[in-house]
Design a protein around this ligand. Structure first.
Ligand SMILES: [Zn+2]
Length: 331
């Protein structure tokens, strides 16, 4: 046994208990207003079919779009609403209110508000029709990622080297593989599969699944689907270990589930997440390169011998011991 080293940051405790949130009763009257469109078509013309716009908005929930653009909620409010820093102006204290049920936002700082199209207009600084085009393009990425994920999940069970790697990293439970939707990219066959399904080569290049010269981007990688992205961990020591597709990494991993717990364990990597989830800690999330926002009570858990959570469990640690380390950290 060595001296404990600060291996992982783990916030615990009542950081998310916002019963007395300052903004609890803040609710702008414009939110939820059904009076007309919150934006107008170019030069007042009804150039875009209203039904198509409603469909587009339904397919792109505002909060998902915000989070894919690195927005993070910092305070829950009543009725499922959230407060966070405004991505539309230099905000220092959260003044951006989001109502996921109504798919609307309002900023108390810059006074702007509306739906996902209005947000895209302001955020990307484009006109209404360009914002609609951007959102349509963005919506197009999701189906192809879903197909790729499905393909990789089938491959996992056909390649013993992938299963052996997972075993070596402590991933043993089928429930965990299902929960994280883990797959395997052998390389050299995804492109053919997706083009057969009707996805064009330029589209696959744009998403980043296929390289500029037409090869599969992920070769011999364990694949974890994220929000709007896929993370690939290389089996080969000669390749870069971590790869993401271009674009957002999708924020905190499985945050919607983790946030239901009074205290949340934050880890650095998806294999740390996996091992803790498997050991029964379902109040866990993974930072995926995003930073914690202020307003969260964080405590550091020190693991012995320079371990990270994954190597701690793979090296023989158990849930009971890990729980004790969590308790010590909350003292
Ligand atoms: Zn603002």
């Amino acid at each position: 046994m060595g001296t404990p080293s600060p291996a992982q940051r783990v916030p615990l405790g009542g950081g998310w208990n916002y019963r007395h949130a300052l903004f609890r009763d803040a609710y702008h009257r414009c939110l939820g207003s059904r009076r007309g469109l919150p934006y107008s078509a170019d030069r007042g013309k009804k150039s875009v079919n209203r039904q198509a716009l409603d469909d587009l908005k339904q397919q792109i929930p505002l909060i998902g779009y915000l989070q894919a653009h690195d927005w993070q909620p910092s305070r829950p409010l009543s009725r499922g609403r959230w407060m966070g820093l405004c991505p539309l102006h230099g905000d220092h204290k959260p003044s951006f209110l989001v109502d996921p049920n109504k798919d609307l936002f309002y900023c108390y700082g810059c006074g702007r508000g509306g739906d996902v199209i209005r947000f895209a207009e302001i955020y990307h600084q484009v006109r209404f029709s360009q914002a609609v085009a951007l959102l349509r393009q963005w919506r197009g990425v999701e189906p192809v990622l879903h197909e790729a994920e499905r393909f990789y999940r089938i491959q996992l069970h056909r390649h013993s080297e992938a299963v052996a790697y997972l075993y070596q990293r402590g991933v043993r439970s089928l429930a965990l593989i299902e929960h994280m939707r883990i797959g395997y990219a052998p390389g050299g066959c995804l492109r053919g599969w997706l083009t057969q399904l009707g996805h064009s080569l330029p589209a696959l290049r744009q998403v980043g699944l296929v390289t500029g010269v037409g090869y599969d981007a992920y070769v011999r990688r364990i694949v974890f689907p994220l929000e709007g992205n896929l993370y690939g961990r290389s089996l080969s020591s000669s390749a870069p270990p971590h790869r993401f597709l271009p674009g957002s990494k999708g924020g905190l991993y499985c945050w919607e589930q983790a946030r239901l717990h009074p205290g949340v364990i934050l880890v650095e990597g998806l294999f740390d997440y996996a091992i803790l989830w498997q050991a029964g800690f379902h109040n866990v999330t993974c930072s995926l390169g995003t930073h914690l926002k202020r307003g969260v009570t964080a405590r550091l858990v020190c693991l012995p011998d320079g371990h990270d959570p994954n190597s701690f469990f793979v090296g023989g640690g158990n849930a009971h011991e890990f729980h004790r380390l969590l308790e010590e950290a909350s003292l």
